[in-house]
Design a protein around this ligand. Structure first.
Ligand code: NAI
Length: 339
């Protein structure tokens, strides 16, 4: 299924000419997006609590106010504070400043997708979600090369929500490379799927590989270099992104190409297990809202949960082996493998 892609020519910065952008939060995304919008000729105020981020915004020459006053001043509000605090900050500090016809812009779909933001009915709600860290959002804007970004209209009261979303996307530099039409649901589901299906499986592959190779009597040093310490897997992923999943195979030896292709898991027990597990994560945990309801429940002690799981993960023999190899390498070379 193909998605529509919006380019610079589809967006008109003019729709923001008589509106003020209120960038709420001056962190990773906030600092980059506020500077890009300002350089695109859009009037920007920054809303931030008293902290070092606020000082940085002042330092960068912005008009800075507390969140409630900035929300009151702006008509296009970019919500660029961490996802887990958005629900309470919106309810307590932003909603009172929202007026009919204002636009709320989110950079991540999670809170909208799972109904965690309590928003007044008479405002537009859109998503402009860069798939890029803030530093690169700024750097790529300066080089006019754009960056991957998902755009959606979640609520269109004025009839101009898409035009506003595209103007914001252009103002932060996203449409230079083409911004992809999406939805908060899609953005959140894909993000959570990577986190809950793809990456845990990659970690499990490394753990099981270690178990099998260590059982066969190979040394920790050699195993760990092979499976990730050398940085080779990171290079393969970089080549996959640059050249393509199969085309990058050309950069491997013939023996490696044959080994990889002849062992590709496409059917059988393992493929079925993965398919079942991934479908269960996507449907049962993510799209059903079960995960969000549990993780974002008021009062959930998320720090304690992470601490406990980290402790449990840390008891796998691979982790002990890694620490020992790193420590030996540090002693011997004074630096050790890339940390
Ligand atoms: P961040 O962690 O850099 O946010 C820091 C900012 O949030 C600071 O201005 C700080 O004052 C403010 N803040 C933190 N806690 C607060 C609280 N309790 N009350 C009021 N203000 C508070 O956030 P980041 O990473 O820029 O994320 C912002 C949004 O952008 C999120 O929705 C995130 O999912 C999205 N996003 C982030 C990306 C990234 O590269 N970090 C990439 C794409 C989207």
């Amino acid at each position: 299924m193909r998605a529509r892609t919006y380019h610079d020519a589809d967006a008109d910065l003019g729709v923001l000419a008589d509106r003020t952008g209120a960038v709420i939060g001056y962190g990773n995304q906030g600092a980059a997006q506020a500077r890009n919008l300002r350089d695109s000729g859009i009037r920007v105020v920054v809303g931030n609590r008293e902290d070092a981020y606020r000082d940085a915004a002042v330092q960068d020459g912005f008009e800075v106010d507390d969140i409630a006053r900035a929300a009151d001043t702006g008509q296009v509000l970019l919500l660029l504070i961490p996802d887990e605090v958005q629900s309470s900050v919106v309810a307590e500090q932003i909603t009172p400043g929202l007026r009919a016809g204002d636009t709320l812009v989110v950079a991540s779909g999670y809170n909208l997708a799972f109904g965690l933001l309590d928003l007044p009915e008479e405002i537009d709600v859109v998503m402009v979600a860069p798939r890029m860290i803030g530093e690169a959002v700024r750097n790529r804007y300066e080089r006019r090369v754009g960056f991957p970004c998902l755009v959606s209209v979640e609520r269109d009261v004025t009839g101009t929500a898409l035009a506003t979303a595209l103007a914001v996307a252009k103002g932060i530099g996203a449409t230079a490379a083409g911004a992809v039409a999406s939805s908060a649901r899609e953005e959140a589901a894909l993000d959570l799927f990577s986190e809950q299906a793809i990456w845990p499986t990659v970690l499990a592959v490394l753990q099981v590989s270690y178990e099998v190779l260590a059982d066969a009597g190979f040394s920790d040093d050699a195993i760990l270099d092979e499976i990730y310490l050398s940085g080779e897997p990171a290079e393969v992923f970089a080549r996959i992104s640059r050249m393509g999943l199969l085309d990058q195979l050309r950069t491997h030896s013939r023996t490696s190409q044959y080994g990889q292709l002849s062992n590709l898991v496409r059917s059988g027990e393992l493929a079925e297990t993965l398919r079942r597990r991934f479908a269960e994560v996507l449907q049962g945990d993510i799209l059903s809202g079960r995960f969000a309801g549990d993780w974002s429940a008021p009062g959930a002690d998320t720090e304690a949960r992470i601490r406990e799981l980290l402790e449990r993960a840390g008891s796998h023999p691979l982790i002990g082996a890694e620490h020992a190899v790193r420590a030996r390498s540090r002693e011997e070379t004074g630096s050790g493998p890339p940390g």
